[in-house]
Design a protein around this ligand. Structure first.
Ligand code: PNS
Length: 160
């Protein structure tokens, strides 16, 4: 069984992330969405909230998707999950330099690991968690940015 990891901060999960998750299922038998706990960024949503939002967004995708929080090095998480591939989305060329550096650093830490990049669908290229958070902060319509079935939950987290 081919297991892939799709790691990220997911603060919060966006339509672009969900698209990458769905398309990854054409490549791997099982996808573990790894939710980073110890990000250097200060998240808007707690680890538990980010995890709950991803689980809600993926509820129709079946048991080939698992959402698992992690902390520490990605390579160790990959080993724990017995995954052979790390999946990342690329929106634009501006993402590439950082992604290449991470992929190479990860390979030097754990040579068997492969990183593959899926290019974001053009209609989602402008979407990021940062933009979604700004829209949320200032009361805009988030339905263009985050999965529909997470909207209610995200507003309830904002009210807490
Ligand atoms: O959604 P993000 O914030 O772009 O995801 C970044 C992520 C989680 C993939 C990256 O920060 C990561 O792998 N962090 C874990 C720590 C680690 O392994 N760092 C070394 C890789 S260069």
């Amino acid at each position: 069984m081919k297991i892939g990891v799709y790691p990220g901060s997911f603060d919060p999960i966006t339509l672009g992330h969900l698209d990458i998750i769905e398309r990854s299922l054409k490549i791997v038998d099982k996808l573990v969405v790894g939710v980073l706990e110890n990000s250097s960024k200060t998240p808007m949503f707690t680890l538990e909230q980010r995890t709950a939002l991803i689980r809600k967004a993926c509820e129709d995708l079946g048991d080939r998707v698992e959402v698992v929080p992690f902390s520490g090095l990605l390579v160790n998480f990959l080993k724990e999950q017995k995954a052979c591939v790390n999946i990342r989305g690329l929106r634009a060329v501006t993402d590439f330099e950082y992604e290449l550096q991470m992929a190479q650093a990860n390979r030097s830490l754990y040579p068997p690991m492969e990183t593959i990049f899926l290019t974001t669908r053009a209609e989602y290229a402008y979407i990021s968690s940062t933009v979604a958070k700004d829209v949320l902060r200032f009361g805009g319509d988030v339905s263009h940015f985050i999965p529909n079935n997470t909207i209610e939950m995200i507003y309830s987290f904002r009210r807490q």
